[in-house]
Design a protein around this ligand. Sequence first.
Ligand code: ADP
Ligand code: ZN
Length: 301
Amino acid sequence: MYALGIDIGGTKVALAIVTTQGTVIGRDKLATDQTIEPKEMIDTIATHAKHLLSAHNIKESELYGIGIGAPGPLDSARGMITYPPNLPRWRNVPIVKLMATHFSVPIRLENDASAAAVAEHTFGASKTYNDSLYVTISTGIGAGIISRNTLISGSKGNAGDIGHMVIDPSFGECVCGQHGCFEHICSGTAISREASKLKGTDISTEEAFRLYETQDADIVPYLDTVIERMGMAFVSLINTLDPEIIVVGGGVSQAGDRLFEPIRQYVFRYTLNKDARDTPIVPAKLNQEAGVIGAAALLLK
Ligand code: ADP
Ligand code: ZN
């Protein structure tokens, strides 16, 4: 038996057939067409899903179900994608109902960071822990919370939307209207935007970290501050949720120890509970595939 995972993002949709052991035996990817109606996009995703299954000789009856991870805000109980900033046309889209016109297996919707948290908890870096937090630092910032081996979803499935906690208002206005959100300061998008301003030319997040390594006089004080702000966010998360481990995924986590080490040091210094100062802060294991594997894992559990 298998589960089909679908991870819907602002730029691409990933699909995977996943075994009960978490192994991906088939995958597909398509671009998210932001110019068409969501229903049309969902029909296209369903067609890709059917082709993927038949290419691997898997019948619908061999599926536990289909899991969908999507950017929030959403309403998981009602199976609706509601207000995702990254999918501007997708407003109150009943995605579970629309997918159910193509498939008769159970279909579940969760926000993408929650799905990734489930993946890391079931098959990845936090597998041996009961209480874990998954934080993704990518174009945006989000988190998934596992407490006592259970996903904490909140009333509608939006728990863990940490990107818009205010960390430092002096960093200016975020897309949400508040000043100084975590995402506005620390996402890949933010780092590239601010590094480009500092250098007067287009700088990617990867390049910013390279300049950091080579002791660039503009980038070092800037990234020191950004990483310290990440430390502040992590301390608040540890104080609030008391996890045993924090798993960090998303593109920016690939910056590695020059990012992780100062965060660990900040956490060591400032967590309120001194027993939590050594909370492991580790890179995600499934990384690029956590989204689809987690979506599938929603049905495997
Ligand atoms: P998405 O948000 O679409 O899921 P990713 O998780 O890949 O995409 O995150 C993309 C962000 O991660 C971009 O801002 C990119 O510049 C940044 N990024 C990717 N690789 C690295 C790296 N090695 N070091 C620092 N930042 C990186
Ligand atoms: Zn915000």
